[in-house]
Ligand binder design. Structure first.
Ligand code: FEO
Ligand code: CA
Ligand code: CA
Ligand code: CA
Length: 591
């Protein structure tokens, strides 16, 4: 027999062939159970959810909007496959789906009826939630009244820590010391550390700031960070979001935030050593030498892939010893050479071009304006880097490049091989010697996404991939405890790819390398986020984000949504929700 006959099929499940419609589907042999929805109680005194009479006070006690990253954090003395803490990011808000009768959005003025109360509801719906969950008789449920339950919002006090804390770039009238900030914004993906903390990543922070950068001292950096975004009404009621009143406030967002869910009273910490950008995620692993390594994507067209390596080693026996591990280390940016080699270049003040002659005063500025520093270092301009995750079994690293429709033929290069790249691709990085702190690496294109049957699109999956199995627009990813790679998508629509977003297995090894297979599809308008496997792989948590969002030219609203998932009640809009997926009869999901 040749290798193909003897190859082990690591994804033997029956592929999902469901159509694009208003609900969630999972492959045969699996169950999907809605665990928690927007508006469900988090804190013990949370009132019942009524989207027709919502208030900021209620929202601050209830599950927030647009669940993205999901992590499971073990509780001391509990089997995490049975009882644990669920941490969830709340990335952004959809005013049109949250508020009844809001009227049509215009490009110039946004939504017409954004009252103070509605803005404050949005601020309370941002941030994150910590929930205690338990599996009883096979079903996961939220533990009511847990002492660990917590809501973090756009108003929660946080600390700024690391090399940029206290610098002049972070000073505002409310915080003359540059060390405390209210809230975290647009928290997209993240990570869970081996010492049991939650890393939550601030992404499209530009959209909350209004005004003009014209005439401001930092105009060049503000432009590179696309600030102001002028997309929300927040500055109408909160001066700190008005650039003319607080020009440094944007510098206090765009960080990786570390939260200790076992200590509900501890303020979250914005770790400035990991740089300021539109952080997608912060997946990490302990390197062979004991240092902690975090891979970081900066999700904007033509931005970069970064890596942080801690100075100190992880102490696996003493949780407290790792408390501030992420405050010291080296941030680097990736250069992908055309011959399949690559290198990490360090963002260190005083080294190479990062000097006063090029406008850098100190390390704080290198970190606050990390994008400008990366350009001076010759970093490769990528097709929107989303999640970056390492497979600890193989030491390979996977980079999701979601799309870049503006790359021109002149700008095509081997690591970003298509002009007008509307469906994205996935890179595989191999660190030199299996050392995640090494300067050198090699890289390969694992798949080019899109429909492989349409030759003109240039998509490439393995020939074993079916018409249901290919995907466009990779965004989040997860490596399960068997070392299998799973891809979550954001951007598939009936018009664009003849499917909704979902979760796909992607074989990385052996003769079937590059074969994709569909496990989950989400309701129309939604993307699938935060895939997270429990330690025994018997539960897969997924976040269904923005179900019913307008797409394919169809306007969807609270009063006339494209889906009312998951409740399907006539007076209830769609609700972003976390779903627990298990295998009927037990065993690892996707087997
Ligand atoms: Fe919030 Fe890059 O997705
Ligand atoms: Ca998202
Ligand atoms: Ca994302
Ligand atoms: Ca995305």
């Amino acid at each position: 027999a040749d290798a193909d006959d003897t190859a082990v099929d690591r994804f033997p499940f029956a592929e999902l062939t469901a159509p694009a419609d208003a609900t969630i589907h999972v492959a045969e042999g699996h169950d999907a159970q809605v665990l928690v929805r927007w508006g469900d109680p988090v804190l013990p005194d949370a009132p019942a959810f009524d989207p027709h009479a919502q208030s900021p006070e209620a929202q601050a006690r209830q599950f927030g909007y647009n669940n993205d990253f999901i992590g499971v954090i073990p509780l001391p003395e509990h089997d995490p496959a049975r009882r644990a803490l669920l941490v969830v990011n709340h990335e952004y808000t959809n005013e049109e789906l949250m508020f009844p009768g809001i009227g049509a959005q215009t490009a110039k003025t946004g939504f017409p009826d954004m009252t103070r109360a509605r803005v404050d509801i949005e601020m309370a719906a941002h941030g994150g939630s910590v929930l205690e969950i338990a599996r009883m008789d096979g079903r996961w449920q939220v533990v009511a009244g847990s002492p660990h339950a917590r809501r973090i919002t756009a108003e929660t006090p946080m600390a700024l820590t690391g090399p940029a804390a206290g610098s002049r770039w972070l000073v505002t009238s409310a915080d003359p010391h540059g060390r405390t900030v209210k809230g975290m914004l647009n928290n997209c993906s993240g990570g869970v550390t081996p010492w049991g903390t939650w890393l939550s990543c601030e992404e499209n922070i530009n959209s909350y700031f209004s005004g003009t950068r014209d005439g401001l001292a930092d105009a060049e950096a503000l432009k590179r960070y696309a600030i102001p975004g002028n997309a929300t009404a927040w500055a109408r009621y909160h001066d700190r979001f008005d650039l003319q009143k607080e020009p440094n406030e944007p510098n206090r967002f765009g960080w990786v935030v570390e939260i200790d869910p076992l200590d509900p009273s501890a303020p979250p910490k914005k770790r400035t050593a990991l740089g300021r950008m539109k952080h997608e995620g912060a997946a990490g692993l302990t390197n062979g030498d004991g240092r902690y390594v975090v891979y970081l994507g900066d999700d904007q067209k033509m931005e970069h892939v970064y890596r942080f390596v801690s100075r100190a080693k992880v102490d696996p026996s003493d949780r407290a010893a790792n408390r501030d591990l992420l405050d010291a280390g080296t941030l680097s940016v990736a250069v992908f050479h055309g011959d399949g080699s690559g290198e990490w270049r360090d963002l260190v003040f005083g080294q190479g071009p990062l000097t006063p002659a090029n406008g850098f005063a100190d390390q704080a500025q290198v970190l606050v304006h990390a994008r400008l520093a990366a350009t001076h270092l010759g970093a490769t301009r990528m097709d929107r880097p989303e999640d970056v995750e390492a497979n600890p079994k193989t030491n390979k690293v996977y980079v999701m490049l979601t799309a870049n429709d503006t790359r021109t033929e002149m700008e095509v290069e081997p690591a970003n091989p298509r002009a007008k790249n509307i469906h994205g691709h996935i890179l595989e990085i191999t660190p030199a010697g299996g050392d995640h702190a090494a300067r050198a690496f090699t890289w390969d294109v694992l798949v080019r996404c899109g429909d492989p049957a349409k030759a003109e699109g240039g998509a490439v999956f393995s020939p074993a991939t079916t018409a249901f199995g290919w995907f466009g627009n990779p965004d989040n990813c997860a490596v399960d405890h068997q070392g299998r790679l799973w891809i979550a998508t954001d951007g598939n629509t009936p018009r664009a790819t003849d499917r909704t977003d979902g979760l796909f297995a992607l074989e990385t090894e052996g003769p079937a390398r590059g074969t994709a297979k569909r496990l989950v599809s989400v309701p129309i308008g939604a993307e699938l986020c935060g895939p997270f496997f429990t330690a025994d792989d018997t539960t897969l948590f997924v976040a269904v984000q923005h179900p019913g969002e307008s797409q394919d030219g169809r306007v969807s609203s609270f009063d006339a949504p494209s889906t009312r998932w998951p409740d399907f009640a006539p007076d209830m809009p769609p609700r972003p929700s976390v779903v627990a997926i298990t295998r009927k009869g037990g065993g690892p999901v996707g087997s």
